[in-house]
Write a protein of this length. Structure first.
Length: 319
């Protein structure tokens, strides 16, 4: 190979690398610009439900059936599609769900912020699932005390993003009760709080990764041993004898009840409509001590979703 040919190959490789980096930077900038543009084109709607005290205390099955309606709502949001060009440049559409009490007032309200072009579709979804809901466009609210102290925290998984927390199907009570108890104890003026969930449909790769992890665990591999196996087979093909030995070891190894349950929960999570989500808690009051107490009360309410065998929420303070 001549020096000229070698030089041209190097030049071509550098050109391809530069083109890939340029496209990646362009997409990143467009997504950032799209996020700003979309945040300025969100429409806020207030959703209110007729509150009627039940004739008798609801059973856990009745509570789960009501929560399942919200799962159906998320599944419908997941199906809302943008054009392929906008999705490629700016990412998938973002929705925000907020449970809040403003700094002046005592009414617990539920808000949804949606891209303006999807407003009618979301309202139809709400009325289709909750026929008695009252939906109206509204102005932004304010939970912050201008003369007080405001704090916030962000939720994250304690054990990585793949392992699920305890869902409503495993809870033995109404999960909203612990949250609403914190809201209802706020003063009518000077104190406010909010639970915000900012979400967008997750890419298909997350569902595939969950399925893969469940399969590896079923075959007797942990996440670490599966990675080691992949690295080992990348450099050299396993011999037939080694593969046969591994298959016999898998057949003789039985999963523990805990491992079987983990496989089921991973498969169940992979079967749901997955979202990339940012969960934030905000609190505001006259003093820092009172604000801390409100925020900690909201954080503690999430302890009910802890599953000792899989995952839990933990919180980091916003700066």
């Amino acid at each position: 190979m001549s020096l000229l040919t070698l030089f041209l190959l190097y030049l071509f490789a550098i050109f391809i690398l530069a083109a890939i980096i340029s496209v990646a930077l362009f997409r990143y900038r467009m997504k950032r610009r799209g996020m700003i543009s979309r945040s300025l084109n969100l429409e806020l709607i207030a959703v209110r439900f007729v509150s009627e005290p039940p004739a008798q205390e609801q059973t856990i099955q009745q509570i789960r059936e009501k929560i399942a309606l919200m799962e159906q709502f998320y599944s419908n949001l997941f199906l809302i599609k943008d054009s392929w060009r906008k999705s490629l440049l700016w990412g998938k559409p973002v929705f925000a769900l907020e449970l809040t009490i403003p700094s002046v007032g005592e009414e617990l309200s539920f808000y949804i912020a949606v891209p303006r072009r999807f407003l009618e579709a979301v309202i139809k979804i709400i009325h289709g699932i909750f026929p008695d809901a009252h939906v109206e466009e509204t102005r932004d609210y304010n939970i912050f005390n201008p003369d007080g102290v405001s704090l916030g925290s962000r939720a994250r998984f304690a054990r990585g993003k793949y392992y699920p927390v305890k869902t409503y199907q495993k809870l033995e009570g109404d999960p909203m009760k612990a949250l609403t108890n914190v809201f209802t104890q706020l003063e009518k003026a000077g104190e406010g709080a909010a639970l915000q969930i900012i979400a967008r449909p997750a890419a298909k790769k997350w569902k595939n990764e969950l399925t893969k992890r469940a399969q590896n665990l079923f075959r007797g591999k942990t996440g670490e041993s599966a990675l080691a196996h992949s690295l080992h087979t990348l450099g050299a093909e396993q011999s037939q004898e080694a593969r046969a030995k591994e298959e016999r070891a898998r057949e003789t190894k039985r999963l523990t009840p805990r491992e079987e349950e983990l496989v089921r929960t991973l498969e169940a999570k992979a079967g749901k409509s997955l979202f990339e989500a940012n969960i934030r808690l905000l609190a505001s009051a006259k003093t820092k001590e009172r604000t801390e107490a409100i925020l900690q009360g909201l954080e503690i309410a999430f302890a009910q979703f802890t599953d000792p065998n899989t995952n839990s929420f933990e919180f980091e303070r916003l700066k």
